[in-house]
Design a protein around this ligand. Structure first.
Ligand code: SAM
Length: 239
């Protein structure tokens, strides 16, 4: 997979050289290329925004600048015949979740367009949705709150997708046991490590019993308990 990220603040993405994602990049499991949007800005000041039609506060990022940027990134990534999927982070998009992250792992080319100010002129999403040499457009929200820009959302989405790709997680850690991948999409239960007693708090007996059936039963019950307490909205999906 190739991932291109276009942003006014490319430095935000330096941490993608660290940890699991950084190692997977060095192992060539996927490539990440970060581009400074300002190089496609217009005029001596590399302008990339303008006042909103209809009035109101703030500035809107121009379709013209984003069109030039996305066409250039498309050319960089399609040498192998890949059709890029364009992801536009926005609080008004569909909510990002594990199943969307999983669906993106089969794409050959992801392009993330990080908005700032009042966002990107909506004609960018309209235009690239209808282009046959693109795999479509997903407008996606990280959650029900408003960030200052798309960078933090794209960091989260990139990490969520790439850790699901074959070869990224070690053998000892399986994404199948993670929250939202468990049956019914429930969250993972409580986890413990040594020592068996810490500040008078004991590890639940089944987990130190050595009985695999008992451990599995305890984990399933605790996962349902935590889902009930923390995410009652997910309970309706449980079998
Ligand atoms: N006026 C916009 C609205 O209310 O929908 C918010 C614009 S926000 C200040 C600027 C940029 O931050 C957005 O274009 C988007 O790229 C990013 N952003 C903010 N909140 C986000 C969220 N919850 N999910 C994904 N991206 C977000």
């Amino acid at each position: 997979m190739r991932i291109d990220i276009v942003s006014l603040f490319p430095e935000y993405f330096e941490p993608l050289h660290l940890s699991l994602v950084g190692k997977a990049r060095r192992d060539h499991i996927f490539d990440i290329h970060v581009h400074d949007l300002r190089q496609w800005g217009v005029g001596p000041h590399r302008q990339m925004d303008d006042t909103p039609y209809g009035g109101g506060p703030g500035m809107v990022m121009s379709a013209d600048v984003w069109g030039t940027a996305l066409d250039a990134v498309h050319r960089l990534g399609t040498q192998a015949g890949n059709k890029p999927l364009l992801v536009i982070p926005t609080p008004s998009g569909v909510l990002f979740n594990q199943s969307l992250a999983t669906s993106w792992t089969t794409q050959t080319h992801l392009v993330f367009a990080c908005g700032r100010y009042e966002g990107i002129d909506s004609r960018v999403a309209m235009y690239y949705s209808s282009q046959p040499d693109w795999a479509g457009v997903h407008e996606v929200s990280l959650g029900d709150y408003v960030l200052a820009g798309g960078e933090v959302a794209v960091m989260a989405m990139t990490e969520a997708v790439t850790r699901l790709m074959p070869g990224v997680l070690g053998n000892s850690t399986s994404a199948a046991d993670d929250s939202f991948s468990l049956p019914g999409g429930r969250v993972e239960g409580s986890v413990f490590t040594k020592p068996p007693i810490w500040r008078d708090l004991e590890v639940p007996a089944p987990l130190i019993s050595g009985n695999h059936a008992l451990i599995a039963k305890w984990r399933a019950a605790d996962s349902i308990r935590r889902t009930h307490v923390n995410r009652p909205d997910l309970m309706r999906d449980l079998p």
